[in-house]
Structure formats: structure tokens, C-alpha cells
Design a protein around this ligand. Structure first.
Ligand code: MG
Length: 368
């Protein structure tokens, strides 16, 4: 029983509207889909959604990395995930979203081989996952309108993008809180946009609007700044861009730099290492969130299954498939009902059928 064939499909998926965060705006997501075919009738889907800004990757580098890795995996038993991760790391340094695409496809195969939904074989802690929806940066007034629309659609948690101008950012949170009332969770993400001083001032002003936590207030590499913000913020501080790997998680735990960690499969290299980050954080008393880049329904399903499986992944920001206009999955995937990611009774990731016109023909096929 082994991996027989690996197919690689680059796809371009358009956002519904330009998605703006502190470092810039995107109009489309350039992702790479991987299909992993075994010789025993089971196949799995995986996805890379590379971010040049966060991991230095593009669709082109993902394709290049997979080109190094895929030929070596042909013939390997697909459930030896720990061993395959080791092979990948020896062949190519970094490139976490390329590795995530392979890792996710392996986990889809794992669930399908076990004939269970993936979250049930990964730990099975919960059966649905509360996700927020992200409000892209606009004027405070426009964002308050978007917040009301999101709450009308059923969302119980909002992730508010900030990090542009601290004073205006406080105004964003104020107007949104006033518009949606007290029952909606509000979390913010500055995407490295503030200095430590700006962060401390802004967070102290925002605290009265009941902000659940603040993601990546300062630049990723500014560990000192992160510690300073954490010590002086009334709002819990979450690392995102500062933590990619289990090694990063240990470093921040030792430095007592954050209250929370945002795990993303595209930073960690997939589910296998994401679980290690969650375990390190759990042992340190640090709850985690699972976030996303620009994944379609495939990558989002992977994140949602992991979040359902693992107790310490207490928050989810799994909404990129909703922000994308283009849909890759025709049947299956995780739907959102009243802010909850719910799972179909389909094995593995739960992807039943892809839109073959959107997917196109494989750019590369690796086989024996
Ligand atoms: Mg973030």
C-alpha cells in the first residue's frame, strides 16, 4: 500500500472585494492544489495558499518545492506521516505552505483510510467549531456597516483588521462595538502595524470596548516589543506572524512573550506540526487559535477538522473561503451555520467533488 501518484494544480481564486490589511491589499489568492493518489483506491486533496509577506512563498516556489519532494514520496506508505514530514524537511528547508499541501492531502488520505471524518481520528474533542469572519480595513464607519451585515448573516465573532493609524484604529473598534452591541465577540489583528508604544496606547484605549484579544501588534521579529506590549496591555496578546514552527512556539513560551498563539497550517507546514505547536502551547497554558491565509474550502476544511480535534485550539478564524468569490468545491467541505463550522458525514476532509473546470488540468503529475 503506497502513494502511487501526486498531481499538482495551480489555481487563481478571486476575492469578493479587495481584502485589505495593514501591510497591503489582495484581490486574488494564488493557491496550489495537490491530489495524492494511493494504490489502494483512496485519494486525498491538499492545498497551499502561499504568502510572500509571511513565509516568503509564492505559487511558483510552492510548485518548485513540491517538484523536489513529490518524486521521493512515490511508493511510501501514506500513513507514515511523521516519516514523510522528516523526508520533506530533509529535502527542502522552509517552504511551509508547499509542505502543508502535501501534509493536508496525507491527512485526507488518513481519514478516508480509517473511514472516519478527519476530526474524529485526530482527537475528536468537539463536533463543530465557532469561527469569526474578518472585517477588512476600510474607514471606521464603513467597517461598522460591514460588522452589522456580518452579524445579520449570523456571525457571533468578528475579527477586526487594524494596524494602520492607532487613533483611527481605536475609532474602528469603538464604532463596531456600538453598532453590534455587547453580545458579539470582537478580536483585533494589527498585522505587525504598530510600534510597541502605539500598541500599548491603542490597546489601553480599546479595552473598554471589550476586545477578546489582539493579534500581532508589533513586527514579527520584535520579541522585546511583544513582551513589552504583553506586560502593558489590558487585552490578551496573540502571536501570529511571530510563530511559524514548534521551535518558534518554544521560543515565545520561554520568553513569556504572549498570551495566545495563532496557528496557521501555511506557516507550520501542515497539520502534523500544527499539532506539535498546540501541544507546546497547551503545556505552557497558552490557548491557540487556528487561522488561515487565502485557502479555498480544502485548506479551510483542514483547519476546521484540526480545530475540532484539539482541545487547546480554542478559537478559529477560518473564513477565507467565504471571502473568496471563486469556489473550488462543488459538494462537501465545511459549511458555516450561525458562526459554526459544521462537518458533513464524509470521510477525511469531507470534500466530495471539486469544480473540475476551476481546477483545470494538472500542471505536473508524479508517478512511478
Ligand atoms: Mg493575523
Amino acid at each position: 500500500m503506497g502513494i502511487q501518484q501526486i498531481e499538482v494544480y495551480p489555481v487563481t481564486l478571486a476575492y469578493r472585494e479587495p481584502f485589505r490589511i495593514a501591510p497591503g491589499a489582495s484581490t486574488e489568492s494564488h493557491n496550489v492544489i495537490v491530489k495524492m493518489v494511493t494504490d489502494y483506491g483512496v485519494y486525498g486533496w491538499g492545498e497551499a495558499s502561499p504568502s510572500e509577506r509571511v513565509t516568503g512563498e509564492t505559487a511558483e516556489t510552492v510548485i518548485k518545492a513540491v517538484d523536489k519532494i513529490a518524486p521521493k514520496l512515490i511508493g511510501m506508505f501514506p500513513l507514515r506521516i511523521e516519516q514523510i514530514v522528516e523526508v520533506m524537511d530533509k529535502l527542502v528547508a522552509g517552504n511551509p505552505s508547499a509542505k502543508a499541501a502535501i501534509d493536508i492531502a496525507l491527512h485526507d488520505v488518513f481519514g478516508k483510510t480509517a473511514r472516519k471524518e478527519l476530526h474524529r481520528v485526530l482527537g475528536g474533542y468537539r463536533t463543530e467549531v465557532l469561527t469569526d469572519v474578518t472585517l477588512s480595513i476600510k474607514t471606521p464607519r464603513e467597517m461598522a456597516k460591514d460588522a452589522v451585515k456580518a452579524v445579520k448573516r449570523g456571525f457571533k465573532a468578528l475579527k477586526v483588521k487594524v494596524g494602520v493609524n492607532p487613533q483611527e484604529d481605536v475609532e474602528r473598534v469603538k464604532l463596531i462595538r456600538e453598532a453590534v452591541g455587547d453580545d458579539v465577540q470582537i478580536r483585533i489583528d494589527a498585522n505587525q502595524g504598530w510600534t510597541p508604544k502605539q500598541a500599548i496606547q491603542a490597546l489601553n484605549k480599546m479595552a473598554k470596548y471589550n476586545v477578546q484579544f489582539a493579534e500581532q501588534p508589533v513586527p514579527a521579529e520584535d520579541l522585546k516589543g511583544l513582551i513589552e506590549v504583553k506586560r502593558n496591555s489590558p487585552i490578551p496578546v496573540m502571536a501570529d506572524e511571530s510563530v511559524h514552527s514548534p521551535e518558534d512556539a518554544i521560543r515565545l513560551v520561554k520568553a513569556e512573550a504572549v498570551d495566545l498563539i495563532n496557528i496557521k497550517l501555511m506557516k507550520s507546514g501542515g497539520i502534523h506540526k500544527a499539532r506539535k505547536i498546540a501541544a507546546i502551547a497547551e503545556a505552557a497554558g497558552i490557548p491557540c487559535m487556528i487561522g488561515c491565509m487565502g485557502e479555498s474550502e480544502i485548506g479551510i476544511a483542514a483547519g476546521a477538522h484540526l480545530a475540532a480535534a484539539v482541545r487547546n485550539i480554542q478559537y478559529a478564524d477560518l473564513d477565507s473561503d467565504l471571502l473568496l468569490k471563486d469556489k473550488l468545491v462543488k459538494r462537501g467541505g465545511t459549511k458555516v451555520k450561525k458562526s459554526m463550522r459544521v462537518f458533513p458525514k464524509i470521510y477525511g476532509l469531507g470534500i466530495r467533488e471539486l469544480d473540475t473546470a476551476k481546477l483545470g488540468k494538472p500542471l505536473k503529475t508524479y508517478k512511478q
